[in-house]
Design a protein around this ligand. Structure first.
Ligand SMILES: [Mg+2]
Length: 244
């Protein structure tokens, strides 16, 4: 499907499901999809370098420089690319960054991606049920996630629910596939919006009737290329439907 048709196609699928008396479901990833995590990642990187190496340390300047630019999916890779060649320090910073990133404390730094709130509200107004489906750890990250969704202006209620990965669930891909299988009994899943091709390819395989849409915000270095039928978005503007 062409990127230029994807907003209209999803709107049509929502409408057809509603006309058939069904509740269409849309799966929405959070990190790197609805939210830009770069402000959180920058704040954590600055605090991580202080926590590990103290106020006077050889890495502070590099961190400041890297935080002024675009961060890679793993911000420690950005530090390496900018010249961090002390691998022990890199691993220590990665550990400290991850310890802080996967908790609620810094989630208020996340900002909604441009256009995300308009798209989500339009789908909801059209009668879709929204499921925020995230690999964020429950219960550790649930309070901060609820607060940041509401703070950003995303709906959160019976028709717009949050599903976080249980702490003992092994990985994001199988967690999201498990939830998708469960939701299929409740209504057709018409679209999936994700930034990680590992997850999106698996969900696209499982849900041949859904439109899989990939946000171009970066993915793990180990991620495969997106499957052939995945729609490559430039951003949420591609999902907005202009009034006719
Ligand atoms: Mg993501």
């Amino acid at each position: 499907m062409d990127r230029r048709d994807v907003g209209r196609e999803i709107a049509n699928r929502i409408e057809r499901a509603r006309e058939a008396g069904l509740t269409p479901v849309i799966l929405l990833d959070l990190d790197g999809t609805l939210f830009d995590n770069a402000p959180r990642s920058r704040a954590i990187l600055r605090d991580a370098v202080l926590a590990r190496f103290g106020p006077v340390n050889p890495f502070a300047e590099l961190v400041t420089e890297v935080c002024a630019g675009e961060l890679e999916y793993d911000p420690i890779d950005s530090l390496r690319r900018a010249g961090l060649d002390d691998e022990d320090a890199a691993l220590a910073l990665r550990e400290e960054w991850a310890r802080r990133f996967f908790r609620s404390d810094y989630l208020d730094r996340d900002t909604a991606q441009a256009g995300a709130i308009d798209v989500v509200r339009a789908w909801r107004a059209a009668g879709a049920r929204l499921v925020y489906l995230t690999g964020r750890d429950a219960p550790e990250m649930e309070p901060g996630t609820r607060a940041s969704l509401l703070g950003a202006g995303f709906p959160l209620d019976a028709a717009a629910e949050l599903r976080l990965r249980p702490h003992d669930h092994p990985d994001d891909v199988s967690f999201k596939c498990d939830v998708a299988r469960e939701l299929l009994d409740e209504g057709p899943i018409v679209a999936i919006v994700e930034n990680d091709p590992r997850v999106l390819n698996a969900l696209a395989d499982l849900l041949p009737e859904a439109v899989p849409a990939l946000m171009p915000t970066g993915a793990p270095a180990s991620a495969p290329p997106p499957a052939a039928r995945v729609v490559l978005l430039r951003g949420f503007a591609d999902l907005l439907v202009a009034p006719v």
